[in-house]
Write a protein that binds this ligand. Structure first.
Ligand SMILES: NC(=O)c1ccc[n+]([C@@H]2O[C@H](COP(=O)([O-])OP(=O)(O)OC[C@H]3O[C@@H](n4cnc5c(N)ncnc54)[C@H](OP(=O)(O)O)[C@@H]3O)[C@@H](O)[C@H]2O)c1
Length: 287
């Protein structure tokens, strides 16, 4: 939606979007080999691959599905886009790192994936980079409003705190959350600038998941005391998680020639959308 002001947007979806304000093509990448026919019928200039098996626990449970979606599909998309001269962005993850570094990770740091999700995503990055010299591989972390209303960490805190529920906030997981609209704008700017290669495309500020929850609570006027500072260890999550996902955005801001927006600006945007009924609006696209 962020791109619709200046571009024609076509979404690929496996059946959820019934009344989106842009054209939608249906495809299930686990079942179909339709990439060529989708590109024939849509003729895009740019392609941004957001599809993935992105639930860490599901990846541990279904490693074959994770490999197909997170590794083989990016390889195929990168190859086809190179053949057709379509500029391609593949979305990857901050979680390729094991978190052992005490400072910010750069694009030159060696990844060390801890689980099936991060291993298959790293393999997908490498497959895309090998198959297409012009690909942009963007390691992201973002928050925003989602179709399900419960996909992002921002929604998790807003939903639970609004209902007066106690939640855990991990004090020992550091990350760099970026408002998804800032992410979309940044990706478009990268395409317009004709960048290529591997980039960290995350927020400008590193913080713990607990701190993030507190910031969200304060912005939305919710009770931050409901957030209990906890360690991720012993939280019951089965897939391993890295403790430090602080990623440097120096390469990105240098190559774009501009600053990456501050976290507070993104949080303001997330809150303004809430006030304007944006969460309900995007959920209505499913009806
Ligand atoms: N959220 C974050 O902060 C974060 C952090 C690091 C990396 N990422 C990356 O960002 C991307 C988006 O992740 P997300 O967090 O937004 O997760 P998500 O909501 O699970 O998004 C994954 C998307 O892939 C689609 N998909 C899954 N299986 C498919 C299939 N068989 N055929 C067609 N489409 C399929 C999903 O469609 P359905 O809606 O139908 O399931 C969904 O739209 C992923 O590449 C992920 O690795 C996200």
């Amino acid at each position: 939606m962020e791109a619709m002001r200046e571009h024609e947007v076509i979404g690929v979806d496996r059946g959820k979007l019934k009344s989106a304000p842009f054209r939608v093509v249906n495809a299930d990448f686990l079942r179909t080999k339709e990439i060529d026919s989708i590109l024939d019928s849509t003729q895009p200039d740019w392609l941004i691959n957001c599809a993935a098996l992105a639930n860490l626990e599901e990846c541990e449970e279904y490693p074959d599905r994770a490999r197909i979606l997170n590794t083989e599909m990016p390889r195929e998309l990168a190859t086809v886009c190179a053949q057709r001269n379509i500029k391609f962005i593949h979305i990857s993850t901050d979680a390729v790192f094991d978190g052992a570094k005490a400072s910010a990770y750069t694009e030159d740091d060696e990844p060390n994936p801890l689980g099936v999700y991060s291993q298959t995503k790293l393999d997908g990055e490498r497959a895309a980079l090998e198959s297409n010299p012009n690909v942009i591989v963007a390691r992201v972390n973002f928050f925003g409003w989602s179709l399900s209303n419960r996909r992002s960490l921002g929604e998790f805190f807003v939903n639970n705190l609004s209902e007066g529920k106690n939640v855990n906030g991990f004090t020992d997981v550091i990350f760099c959350p970026m408002w998804v609209n800032h992410l979309a704008r940044t990706l478009i700017a990268m395409l317009e600038k004709n960048l290529h290669g591997l980039y960290h495309v995350v927020g400008a500020q590193a913080m713990s998941k607990y701190q993030f929850g507190v910031e969200v609570a304060r912005k939305f006027g919710l009770r931050e005391s409901l957030i209990e500072p906890k360690s991720v260890e012993g939280s019951g999550l089965t897939a391993p998680r890295s403790h430090n996902l602080w990623l440097s955005i120096h390469k990105l801001s240098t190559d774009l020639g501009r600053e990456i927006p501050a976290f507070s600006t993104g949080l303001d945007g997330f809150y303004t959308q809430f006030q304007q009924g944006y969460p309900q609006k995007i959920r209505s696209y499913q009806q």
